[in-house]
Design a binder for this molecule. Structure first.
Ligand SMILES: *[C@@H]1O[C@H](CO)[C@@H](O)[C@H](O)[C@H]1NC(C)=O
Ligand SMILES: *[C@@H]1O[C@H](CO)[C@@H](O)[C@H](O)[C@H]1NC(C)=O
Ligand SMILES: *[C@@H]1O[C@H](CO)[C@@H](O)[C@H](O)[C@H]1NC(C)=O
Length: 449
């Protein structure tokens, strides 16, 4: 009996341990779901109640604008859900309102009109001083939110299609009069959720939260051709508490780029991006996978990007700024990155990006410090890294640990190029440049700041 009892005890304990481990492993999957509550809306209306026709040809601008006008003015308790059933709904750009859910059912497509002559213009962002690509105002985003709170865009993976090729062609032919529209922009807004939606062929940047706080973007798919110009995936800009996770992004420019304004305009506006979490993102880009910059004049602090999988990408991790930007880029942690077939693994540089005009202050030097890049594995990485600070503002406390990038043996310059940078490295292969080889064996990387 005793023997039997003991022999039962061991597997029993083992089973309990396994169960506990499973429990802990599940509990360890961190998400941004708690950051902004997913509100249930009692009041529901359908876009078809407003005369919308999902035949792909009828212009439904009036239906969208009236439905949203109704939500805005009837102010139902708990807000209103605007249901978009299966079908292709062509429309011009429209504004959202507070306390609403835009719900795209399975098979629903909201498609942007290609009539660029009729597209509304809005003021440039104060932190940019002008449109990002052309002077003056800019075209309003296809779906726009200004000064809102409690807005959800979700559903069953319906599609928001920007039909951007007309805009890309105008860019290619240099016939753009103003800066192209983003696909979705929220400005001065808070409490935003964007989930379970497919974004396709944005004219310019796909999702642009600017001067926002408490923004959750998850379970989205963002697609644009690799040769489509400036189709950044998600650009949190002068925004705080932004959480982006569990998404697939494949576009013609940076997948995610954290920004905060442009040179003297961004410095004067002084609005940083901080507390930005990015996790479980997969994708490819001819430019960067995870980027900070290059417009960082309001400063960028406390960024955590982890569990990133990139393939066929230009630069895996890219922190970029320039003289005239000013701004402090600080406390950036990027970890658990796998990259495959990449031109450059890591680039941190102080000479990237253009200026809004000639009035930028060449003495407004950016500060870039406290960067942690750890647990990075790369295959077919042509060049491991380029880390180049500014002579009069060297990058400091840049630490690489457990970074292994194979495939860069063929590089002409050697795998790493560094200048005006200090920091440390632990377990990095190929062996990093001398600037990052720790003087103390324990490594500067472990020192908190
Ligand atoms: C949409 O919002 C923009 C920016 O706030 C505003 O200029 C424009 O008049 C609004 N358009 C409509 C149709 O309400
Ligand atoms: C929508 O897409 C996400 C991935 O982006 C997936 O996790 C989810 O299961 C899909 N939902 C439906 C209803 O198809
Ligand atoms: C650095 O950023 C992380 C988020 O990535 C945050 O948790 C931490 O508190 C920040 N550290 C400091 C010293 O601000």
């Amino acid at each position: 009996m005793k023997v039997n009892g003991a022999s039962y005890m061991v597997p029993c304990l083992a089973a309990i341990l396994v169960l506990l481990q499973c429990f802990c492993a599940v509990a360890e999957v961190v998400t941004c779901s708690g950051m902004v509550p997913m509100v249930y809306r009692n009041d529901k209306i359908s876009i078809t109640d407003f005369g919308a026709v999902g035949d792909g040809r009828t212009l439904n601008t009036k239906a969208f604008r009236e439905a949203i006008y109704r939500i805005e003015h009837l102010k139902r308790r708990g807000g209103t859900l605007l249901y978009v059933p299966a079908g292709v709904y062509l429309t011009e750009s429209f504004n959202l309102t507070s306390r609403m859910t835009l719900y795209l059912a399975k098979g629903a497509v909201i498609k942007a009109s290609q009539d660029t002559s009729n597209w509304p213009l809005i003021a440039p962002l104060p932190s940019y001083g002008r449109g990002r690509e052309r002077p003056g105002g800019r075209y309003m985003s296809f779906i726009h939110g200004d000064g809102l709170h409690d807005v959800i865009i979700t559903g069953e993976n319906g599609t928001i299609d920007g039909q951007g090729d007309v805009w890309w062609n105008m860019w290619r032919q240099r016939t753009l009069q103003y800066t192209r529209p983003n696909l979705v922009e929220f400005k001065d807004s808070r409490g935003i959720i964007i989930s379970n939606v497919i974004f396709k062929n944005s004219p310019f940047w796909n999702i642009h939260p600017v001067y926002c706080s408490s923004v959750v973007i998850r379970y989205v798919t963002i697609l644009a051709p690799a040769d489509s110009p400036n189709t950044d995936g998600i650009d949190p800009d002068s925004s705080s508490h932004v959480c982006i996770e569990d998404s697939y992004i494949s576009t013609g420019d940076d997948l995610i780029a954290v920004k905060s304004g442009w040179d003297q305009y961004g410095i004067a506006y002084g609005r940083p991006s901080n507390d930005i979490t990015i996790r479980r993102i997969t994708g490819s880009s001819p430019f960067a996978g995870i980027a900070v910059g290059s417009e960082t004049s309001g400063g960028v602090t406390n960024v955590l990007a982890e569990h990133i999988t990139l393939s066929h990408t230009g630069i895996g991790i890219h922190l970029k700024t320039n003289i005239g930007r000013g701004g402090i880029i600080r406390n950036i942690t990027i970890s658990d990155v796998f990259m495959d077939t990449v031109r450059k693994g890591i680039k941190i540089a102080g000479d990237v990006g253009d200026h809004p005009d000639d009035n930028y202050d060449p003495n407004a030097l950016p500060v870039l410090k406290h960067v942690r890049i750890k647990n990075v594995w790369g295959e077919k990485v042509l060049e491991a890294g380029l880390i180049k600070g500014l002579k009069n503002s060297p990058f400091t406390d840049i630490c690489l640990s457990n970074v292994h990038l194979t495939g860069s043996s063929a590089s002409r310059h050697g795998p790493w190029t560094c200048a005006d940078v200090s920091g440390g490295s632990v377990q990095v292969s190929p062996s990093p440049c001398s600037e990052l080889i720790s003087s103390t064996q324990s490594g500067v990387c472990s020192i908190p700041f």
